[in-house]
Ligand binder design. Structure first.
Ligand code: 13P
Length: 258
């Protein structure tokens, strides 16, 4: 039994232009019911955040930025800051594996982004997870430890309440090679145990932890039933109104059963 609210977040990555994003939201509005026990979060392209913020019913959906810079303003050509996003989004994804691996973001940058989000009243969704090679070498728990310690280094106990952790094993992202619920269970346990070590038992019990990696409507329930999982970070399946609405509906059904 948990009192933690479920979060179903759709990371649209670099898909949909502004008009497509608007139409998609319009269609999704008709399919996703509002439930107090489930927060449905959408992370569209940066370009669409402003128009969608005017269109969206914030009781039904919260918006998230997929990325942002860690400084509030300045000479950072091409970047967007958390200060500029303030008020537009409730959440900000930080440390996604595509940012870590393709754009070479370090734990130091990720930690600064976590701070920037908190400073600007944006809830960070801190993504962590091991690569296939790290998994095969038995390093999953070490990677979780290092990425949590690295990302949360400057976070106080009070600030931790605003942070969401997403466990996204890199080998499961966009591959269809989804993790076994037992893999997820072990990883989530390692995450909560690390949070307990850093912030105490109450914080470890309170923090919301999501799973992400090739989640589809037919696998969603199995992940949501894993002990300690409070929701899902969905990539590919969040680009289908039907699939994403089905996943969100499953989170509500489960909470009712509790
Ligand atoms: P997929 O669901 O496409 O594997 O992507 C997961 C992800 O990266 C969400 O942030």
């Amino acid at each position: 039994m948990t009192r933690r609210k479920k979060i179903i977040a759709g990371n649209w990555k670099m898909n949909f232009n502004i008009q497509e994003a608007s139409i998609f939201l319009h269609n999704l509005e008709k399919e996703v019911a509002v439930h107090r026990d489930v927060e449905v979060v959408l992370a569209p392209t940066m370009l669409a955040l402003q128009p969608l913020s005017l269109q969206v019913n914030r009781r039904q959906f919260k918006l998230a930025a997929q990325n942002f810079h860690f400084q509030d303003y300045g000479a950072f050509t091409g970047e967007v800051s958390a200060t500029q996003l303030r008020g537009l989004v409730e959440y900000g994804i930080v440390g996604h594996s595509e940012r870590r691996h393709i754009f070479r973001e370090t734990d130091k940058m990720i930690r600064s982004k976590v701070q920037a989000a908190i400073r600007n009243r944006i809830r960070p969704i801190l993504c962590i997870g091991e690569t296939a090679q790290q998994k095969s070498e038995g390093e999953t728990a070490d990677v979780i430890h290092d990425q949590l310690v690295g990302g949360l280094a400057n976070v106080t106990s009070d600030e931790l309440k605003d942070i969401v952790i997403a466990y996204e094993p890199v080998w499961a992202i966009g591959t269809g090679n989804n993790a076994l619920p037992s893999d997820v269970k072990h990883a989530i346990k390692a995450i909560r145990s690390q949070i307990r070590h850093l912030y105490g038992a109450a914080a470890a019990e309170e923090i919301q932890v999501l799973y992400g990696g090739s989640v589809k409507p037919d696998s969603a329930t199995a992940y949501l039933q894993v002990e300690g999982v409070d929701g899902l970070l969905v990539g590919g399946a969040s680009l289908s109104v039907h699939d994403f609405a089905a996943i969100a509906a499953k989170a509500h059904g489960l909470s009712e059963d509790e």
